[in-house]
Design a binder for this molecule. Structure first.
Ligand code: NIG
Ligand code: FE
Length: 423
């Protein structure tokens, strides 16, 4: 297949590693670009003139009609398998309640846990298919997906099996993460130590035995898991060969960034309250920060992570949605790009890098996805824009016109019927 007529082919070509400092602004754009795809892989990218000269008679030609073509978004932090919604809490927060107050009353994560425990595997898969479609139509082609709404051995396995099924049955790509330490479940509230033991002694071996997770994550936060508990759980996960991620410093400065650095975790996520010391620790340990501005926005808060300081310190920043029913009910990476630039002062080009190639590296997939380069999987999106900056600039909209995963069309926007009915 020949992809031609790209106003901008945003390749993100560069060194085979995450991008830092000024590199985050270099998107390696080819104006009037074109690309050759064969057997689901990118074979060549270049100027239209040089690529068009290679078109043979029986080749499929896809004309991007002067639109932006770029890699699919890689969303490196989601909690996309859950039952029910929390629209009631959205209403409560509108009347002034905070996320922590709602959680302390038995709402929050605990309420989604109750519903997810009550759902069968196929019900979770059905809901997950709907959300997978939302991701695809927003131009996201790979997601990291966490468990964490089961909090019992069987229910955590059920969620991870649902993720596996979604990976097999939808076009979206999944990287599974075990988050049994998302909260202490109600039945363990008076004996939390036993819950930590259950995670380490039973859940981790079972998850690893079935190869259900590539990463392990812990919600390290006041009233959730302490740094000491997180250390024990993540150290055990490492012994099972899992990579590490960590919910750190989201609602308070709780030592999460320091811990991520000490453990050499792949990522530290959220970081709304991380200070200069935490940033320096992440830098010296080479941990990638995953910033989730949509959760700050959706909780009605105004403390966004210090993205500029992180970029200026040389951290390979990643942006993700944090899609979940509580703190971030959105699958929209476009909205995340908008928030990154308006609230965190990231340059539009830095935000694109954070949402594609840097995200891919944070999932150990940097050699497969995240840029449009020969040899990579042909995961690309035609956006209804002339200039990549418009993706975040026109906000609250879906720009993806056509989404390709492994060279196959996975989404195309439907038809609008223009014009008035004449009477
Ligand atoms: O990343 N912080 C912990 N986990 C989610 C929220 C989950 C929920 O509220 O259901 C987050 O924001
Ligand atoms: Fe999260």
């Amino acid at each position: 297949m020949f992809v031609v007529g790209c106003s901008q082919l945003v390749t993100l070509k560069g060194e085979a590693r995450p991008r830092r400092f000024g590199e985050m602004r270099e998107l390696s754009i080819i104006e009037d670009g074109a690309m050759i795809v064969r057997d689901g892989r990118i074979v060549r990218v270049g100027k239209r003139s040089e690529i068009e000269a290679l078109i043979e008679q029986d080749c499929e030609v896809l004309d991007a009609r002067k639109r932006v073509v770029m890699p699919g978004f890689v969303d490196a932090h989601t909690h996309m398998v859950f039952a029910g919604t929390r629209a009631d809490e959205y209403e409560m927060r509108a009347s002034g309640a905070t996320y922590q107050e709602i959680a302390a009353r038995g709402g929050g994560i605990k309420s989604t846990v109750r519903r997810t425990r009550g759902a069968a595997l196929n019900e979770l898969v059905e809901a997950g298919k709907k959300y997978s479609e939302w991701f695809l139509r927003g131009g996201t082609t790979t997601v990291e997906a966490k468990s964490g709404y089961g909090l019992s051995l069987e229910d955590e396995l059920k969620i991870l099996r649902a993720i596996k099924k979604l990976n097999e049955e939808t076009a979206l790509g999944f990287v599974p993460t075990f988050l049994g330490a998302h909260d202490v479940p109600e039945e363990y509230s008076a004996r939390r130590e036993q819950y930590v033991a259950l995670i380490i002694e039973e859940m981790l071996p079972a998850v690893a035995g079935e190869h259900l997770a590539e990463y392990c994550d812990v919600f390290c936060e006041e009233k959730v898991f302490t740094t000491d508990e997180a250390w024990r759980i993540l150290s055990a996960a490492r012994c099972h060969g899992m990579g590490l991620r960590l919910h750190a410093d989201q609602l308070s400065l709780s030592g999460g960034a320091q811990l991520a650095a000490e453990l050499g975790s792949t990522t530290a996520d959220h970081l709304e309250h991380t200070d200069a010391k935490g940033i320096a620790a992440l830098k010296s340990a080479g941990v990638q920060p995953v910033l989730l501005p949509a959760s700050v926005y959706a909780l009605g808060l105004n403390r966004y992570p210090a993205a500029r300081e992180m970029i200026d310190a040389g951290l390979a920043v990643v942006l993700a949605t944090d899609f979940n029913p509580g703190s971030s009910p959105t699958t929209s990476m476009q909205m995340v790009l908008s928030l990154a630039s308006t609230q965190m002062k990231m340059m539009p080009a830095e935000a694109i890098t954070a949402a594609t190639i840097n995200a891919a590296y944070s999932l150990n997939l940097g050699d497969q996805i995240g840029s449009l380069e020969a040899g990579k999987r042909a995961d690309f999106v035609i956006h209804d824009c002339d200039d990549f900056r418009e993706i975040g600039y026109f906000f609250g909209l879906e720009h993806a016109e056509a989404v390709y995963v492994g060279g196959r069309l996975s989404f195309r926007r439907g038809t609008t019927f223009q014009g008035k009915i004449s009477s």
